[in-house]
Design a protein around this ligand. Structure first.
Ligand code: NI
Length: 158
């Protein structure tokens, strides 16, 4: 495993649409392993493949010790709202207020390319919404309410 370089806002790759994953390969498995290592090292709770320069529909999320590898994720249902601070590993040291659904149900494929569903509320719902948007080239700053503010480096980022 290896820690990969996290692309920062302003890098064009963060604005591109990602491609579907058709099959798992050793190279993609290595990418996923590296994404977890990179996310944990950066104290993040989510990371999308374009953030490490790969335009594939893969995200990893871990908000509470339960890791979710989400390949080709799609939000099936979302409801209620939460308004709160949100950050991104591609914009370190900053956060902004974003309104997100407070409940999300999504489908994704795991590392064995088996379909599963995940339901999340609060931070998990926020993380899923945030990461799925990365795959479309959308960043949270696109719908931040008000100004970005400075945060401590060890706060949670997605
Ligand atoms: Ni992010």
């Amino acid at each position: 495993m290896a820690i990969r370089n996290i692309r920062k806002i302003g890098d064009d790759i963060l604005r591109k649409k990602c491609r579907e994953v058709k099959e798992m390969t050793p190279k993609l498995q290595e990418l996923i392993d590296d994404m977890y290592e990179t996310m944990y090292e950066a104290m993040g709770v989510g990371l999308a493949a374009p953030q490490v320069g790969v335009l594939k529909r893969i995200v990893v999320i871990d908000v509470d010790g339960t890791p979710y590898t989400m390949i080709n994720p799609r939000i099936l249902e979302s409801r209620d709202t939460q308004k709160g601070g949100e950050g991104c590993l591609s914009l370190p040291g900053k956060a902004g207020v974003v309104t997100r659904p407070n409940y999300v149900r999504a489908e994704a494929w795991n590392e064995k390319m088996e379909r599963y569903e995940v339901e999340g509320t609060e931070l998990l719902a926020r993380a899923i919404a945030h990461e799925v948007e990365h795959l479309e080239g959308v960043l949270y700053v696109d719908h931040v309410e008000g100004e970005l503010y400075d945060v401590e480096a060890d706060e949670e980022d997605e």
